[in-house]
Design a protein around this ligand. Structure first.
Ligand SMILES: N[C@@H]1[C@@H](O)[C@H](O)[C@@H](COP(=O)(O)O)O[C@@H]1O
Length: 244
């Protein structure tokens, strides 16, 4: 596992975008696994700016997203389909039919789809404050595949900021499974802000256990974590500098 420390959110986002661009340039038919939430917004902004300046081509790229809420239509501004279109897809001119999000009607076909594309070359991940990846909450079996999951109350509360009331926050989502995420050739985990400092510390120092979904990443051969100083604050406080 490689840990890259950046000064702040902006530099984390810039570094992450640079790695995505490098991946797409070295393999034009790259399959990107994408994440939503607040964390990757800055990275998507840098990909947009790079496209405007350099016209990096996404014509042969395919994307598969980690998750989607159950019960929201694609046109709903709170859906992840809308988020992806708005933050990234429309700006980089990727053919929309080459972009995929998990959906209820696919049943268990998401793994087949990913396999037919040749597997995920680079999966972007964020992390929930309880250690979830995708929407795989604590206790999810590491062998899980894509399916419908119930959201933890704390996750619903963390995402309530995007909705006008708690009642509106979906109770279920469809999430790429943990085993599916782990089959990605490379994984890039982005962690920003002091709210994530405790969970990042736990992931880095505790045992690999299903009660801490992100801990499984320590068993993957090609994981890079880009974390800003605030996200690393607890680790540094408890263990001294990470670069000793
Ligand atoms: N389902 C998403 C995850 O894919 C995301 O990585 C995580 C952190 O979100 P944020 O980046 O907004 O902190 O929780 C959300 O609920």
């Amino acid at each position: 596992m490689k840990l890259i420390e950046t000064a702040n959110y902006e530099t984390m986002s810039q570094k992450a975008a640079a790695l995505v661009i490098q991946q797409v340039k070295s393999k034009p038919n790259t399959v990107l696994g994408l994440a939503t939430g607040g964390t990757p917004v800055g990275m998507y902004q840098y990909l947009k700016e790079d496209y405007e300046q350099n016209q990096t081509s996404y014509q042969n790229v395919h994307t598969v997203n980690l998750d989607e809420y159950v019960g929201l239509s694609k046109e709903d501004p709170k859906s992840y389909a809308y988020y992806m279109k708005n933050h990234l897809f429309k700006h980089i001119h990727i053919p929309i039919e080459q972009t995929f999000l998990p959906a209820e009607e696919q049943g268990d076909k998401y793994e087949e789809l990913i396999a037919s594309l040749g597997g995920i070359d680079l999966q972007i991940l964020g992390i929930g404050e309880n250690g979830h990846i995708g929407f795989n909450e604590p206790g999810t079996p590491f062998a899980s595949k894509t399916g419908i999951v119930q959201l933890a109350e704390s996750t619903r509360e963390a995402n309530a900021r995007y909705f006008s009331s708690m009642n509106e926050v979906p109770t279920h989502a469809i999430s790429m499974g943990i085993s599916t995420i782990m089959q990605s050739k490379n994984i890039l985990l982005l962690v920003s802000g002091s709210k994530k400092a405790e969970i990042l510390y736990r992931v880095l120092t505790e045992d690999v256990d299903e009660s801490l979904p992100a801990s499984i990443l320590k068993t993957h051969p090609n994981v890079t974590i880009i974390a800003d100083q605030d996200a690393l604050s607890v680790l540094k406080e408890k263990e001294g500098s990470v670069f000793r």
